[in-house]
Structures are given as C-alpha cells and as structure tokens.
Ligand binder design. Structure first.
Ligand code: PLP
Length: 500
C-alpha cells in the first residue's frame, strides 16, 4: 500500500519513504491511499493480546513495506523492555460511572508522546537501512513541551541521526524545560524560541519548505526529517492504544461485543484524536469522538461551525501542550471527510496561510458533526476538576487530562448520553505538572515558596503514588543547553548548527 499527499501534488510513495520524509514535498501530509479495516471478528480475536502483539498487527496493516521481522524488532525495542514502567504499557483505569482513563504516560518522559516517539526512531532507522539511505537524518522538532523531551529521549545517540528541538522559551512548565535543557546525548540540540509554539512550528515548517536549503543539505549528505505528529510514523503507533484500550474494556466485561464507546481526547495538534478516528475507521466501534480544548478553543469553534479561524488571542494556559492555534493534523481529517478532495484541501490550507481562516463546505461540516463533538475548559474549570476528582476518587488528573474530564461532563450534560462507556485519554502524569496539580489539591500555604520539584515530592506523599522514574533527580541534573533564538533566526541557526 502506498501513501498519498493531502494536497494531491506529490507522487504516492510507500511508508518507508513517508516516514523518512515527514512532510510531503507539496506541503501536504501523507495518508494511506485507502482505509485500513479490520473485520469485527478479527478485532474480537485480538482480545487478550499483549500490547506488543497488537502493535505488530496494527503496524503491519499500515506499514506494508516493512517485513514482519523488521516490525517485530521495532516493537520490541520500543515497548517490550523496561522503557515503560508497566508491562501492559497502557493501563485502563476505571474512574467514575462509565468513564475509564487510558493512562498513556507510563513511558520515560511521563507524557503520551512516548507512545509514538519510543518507536519512531526505530521505524525511521529501519526505513533508512532498508532503502540504502546514506544521508545523515536531521530531525527538527517544534514542541509545546512534551514532544521535545520525548523526541530527545527517543533519538538520543541513535546512529545516523541528529535532533534539534525548538520550544517556546518560558512557554512550558519548569519541569518540562528542565527535562529538555538537561538532555544528554551526543547528537542533540535544544533551543528556546522567543515566541509561542505556533511561532516555533511555523519556523520549522518554513525550514522544511525551503527548497534551496534542502538542495544544499542534500549535496552535503544531510536529510531533514520531522518527529512532529505530521509524520505518519508518529501517528500510526497511536492507533494501537485505542484498540488495546477498547479490547481491555471488552476483556473486563465493560462493553459487549460490537457495543460502541465514546472517546474523549484533550487535543492540541489533533494527532491523538486523529489516531482515534483511524481506529474507528479500522473498526473499533466508537460513537462520538469528543475533542476537548482549553481556552485556545479554535477546534471547538471549528467543530461547531465549520469555520476555522486562527485570528484570535493566544492564551498561555495550565495545559500548555494544548496551547495551539494551528492544529496541523486536522488537514488529514479534512482530506478524509471531503472524500479525498485534494483541491479543496489545498484551497483551505492556502486560505489558512493567507488570511488565517477558512470555511469547509456543508457536506464536510455535516460529516464532522456526526462524528465529533467539542467543548473547552478554562484553567479554573480544570483546576476545580483536579480538586473534585481527587476528593471523590483519590485519582490525580494532570491539567490536560482534567480538561478532557471537564469537557466529558459537559458532553454528558449536553447529550444525555450517559450509558455509553467512555475512554478518556490520560495524556500526562500529574507529577509532570506538579505546581498546578499541587495548587489544586494542597492548601495554598503548603505550595507557597516551594518549587515544582518539592511540590512533586509532596504530591507523591499525599496520593501515595511514586514519582515516575524519568522525573526523579531532575533538579540536580546539570543544564547542558541554554541557547535562545528569535523566530526569524531559526533557519540561520539550523544552518550554523549543520555547518553551512
Ligand atoms: C501533546 C499533548 C496533548 C495534545 O495532543 P495532540 O496529539 O497534539 O492533539 C495533550 N496533552 C498532553 C499532555 C500532550 O503532551
């Protein structure tokens, strides 16, 4: 099976080329040229599979140019060792009523990005070897906080690769920043951008689409690639946990054969919820995909109105990984919902870049609203939700998952759909956002004058759960990266780093 670009002006290529390239040469995103489907009986027969086995099956259906032994090796390296702190990889924890949290944060950096970024470097290096690629791969990443660290951990010291991570300086939590600036590895660079995430992402996209730079790099045996969720190799591993979590509910008797579930996803770049859409397309019975936003609620407005309008204030919230006004992966959904109308997608994306706004046609809007529902939560609502959930259940939500929980409750109220079992994507460990979580559940005098590292310890005492291994000892690690740059200076910095 080949992959085609959502903009329709690049030749179809097999998945290894897709993973190597990241973005398609016409500026579009690669998608499978036809839906990948699993018959209901085949889905049922996967009940009880280990996560690793499921990953091999699902990846094998999408990445058809990989041999099964190549995929087995990638899956083994990512999910089978001790990189995740639980053998089930993604535990599904019942919370209240029919709500279950899929804990996607048991990897080395304590956020859900590890689910994909632990395997992407292996998919990429396997693709390079298999296609006799000799160029050095340079990964450029724009991060709103969690991707950067997860990509650094995934790629550190992977032979034949280098990685440069750009994050909004001051726009991520103290712990996230410390995780990145202390990163070890001989092939890593971490740079603070004096701007917000969208500035960083726009800067990286501009570097990718600079044809002259690309040619110059090619002459020097360097090839740029992306670890952002625009890369299909990031997206496809995320489909796996929707299957595994649905099957876990089946095994636990929480859903009957064929019975649908709802899925609630705290959303930023639209990667995670898009993976849920593909899982649904594969055959996981999903009734409604609930897209939860924070105050940067551009997706909520879009899902309600069919108008995408990024011309609005940008807010820094306590869920920084969702502080995004341009959700890149939405392009893949538009392509699918428009019946693969590349010309229409191209038109919308041109309008987005020229005036920051586009309106989809009536058919797309209707299909969107049949599948998706959306609302948003303010910081105050998220804080209250952390407090309420901890008081009622003893479970600590991180601020992103709390946004999902608030929006789920709004969905219940608006729809009355309270009988459908629901999976909530738990996207970060609460310890990763220790200040906001501590301020929600501990008395103010306890929090005052303490830094995030101390608050992490206090929270661990209070809830009786250990601080994840990747967050322990962070305070005392030496800072290895301190560079910052204006958004306009990103390209010249990359040139300098690569010796041009
Ligand atoms: C990245 C991230 C999100 C948003 O996920 P998308 O795939 O970008 O929509 C939500 N929560 C956390 C903790 C994240 O790291």
């Amino acid at each position: 099976m080949n992959y085609e670009s959502t903009r329709g002006q690049a030749p179809p290529v097999p998945s290894m080329e897709v993973i190597k390239a990241g973005l398609a040469p016409d500026g579009g995103l690669y998608v499978p040229e036809r839906p990948v489907v699993l018959a209901p009986s085949a889905l049922e027969s996967l009940r009880g599979s280990a996560y690793q086995d499921l990953a091999r099956t699902v990846l094998g259906m999408f990445l058809t140019d990989f041999s099964s032994s190549q995929l087995a090796a990638c899956v083994e390296a990512a999910y089978a060792g001790d990189r995740f702190d639980t053998p089930v990889v993604v535990p599904v924890v019942p919370l209240e009523g029919g709500l279950h949290v899929m804990e996607l944060w048991h990897g080395p950096t304590a956020a859900f990005k590890d689910m994909a970024l632990q395997i992407l470097p292996h998919l990429l290096t396997t693709s390079c070897r298999a296609t006799s690629e000799t160029a050095e791969i340079v990964i450029l990443v724009a991060t709103s906080g969690d991707t950067g660290k997860a990509a650094l951990e995934g790629f550190r010291d992977v032979a034949g690769t280098r990685i440069v991570v750009f994050y909004p300086a001051g726009g991520v939590s103290q712990i996230q920043e410390r995780q990145m600036v202390t990163q070890e590895g001989a092939n890593v660079e971490v740079v603070g951008v004096r701007g917000n995430f969208d500035d960083a992402q726009a800067g990286v996209k501009a570097i990718f689409s600079d044809a002259a730079l690309g040619a110059e790099l090619a002459r020097r045996g360097i090839r740029l690639s992306s670890a952002n969720s625009i890369n299909w190799g990031r997206l496809v591993p995320q489909v796996v946990y929707y299957l595994s979590s649905y099957l876990a509910l089946r095994q636990a008797g929480q859903v009957a054969a064929g019975e649908a579930v709802n899925v609630v996803v705290p959303t930023g770049n639209f990667g995670n919820i898009l993976a849920a859409y593909y899982a649904r397309e594969m055959g996981v019975p999903v009734k409604t995909l609930v897209c939860a936003a924070n105050a940067n609620n551009v997706l909520t407005d879009f899902i309600r109105s069919g108008v995408y309008d990024r011309n609005r204030p940008f807010y820094q919230t306590i869920s920084p990984s969702m502080d995004i006004l341009v959700s890149s992966n939405l392009e893949r959904l538009l392509y699918s919902l428009s019946g693969r109308d590349a010309a229409a997608v191209r038109g919308w994306m041109e309008q987005l870049s020229s005036c920051g706004r586009y309106q989809v046609d009536e058919g797309v809007r209707q299909r969107l609203q049949q599948l998706f529902w959306s609302d948003f939560a303010s910081d105050e609502e998220a804080r209250q939700e952390i407090r309420r959930t901890f008081a009622c259940t003893g479970y600590l939500l991180d601020p992103h998952t709390a946004v999902g929980s608030v929006v789920y409750r709004k969905y219940l109220e608006a729809s009355g759909d309270n009988r459908t079992p629901t999976l909530l994507a738990g996207t970060a460990s609460p310890f990763k956002f220790a200040r906001d979580v501590a301020e929600a559940v501990l008395p103010p005098e306890t929090c005052q004058g303490r830094d995030e590292f101390q608050l992490m310890e206090l929270l661990a005492d209070r809830c009786g759960a250990p601080v994840p291994a990747g967050l322990q000892g962070l305070r005392d690690k030496p800072v290895r990266h301190g560079r910052t740059v204006e958004p306009a200076g990103m390209a010249s910095l990359v040139r300098a780093l690569l010796g041009l």
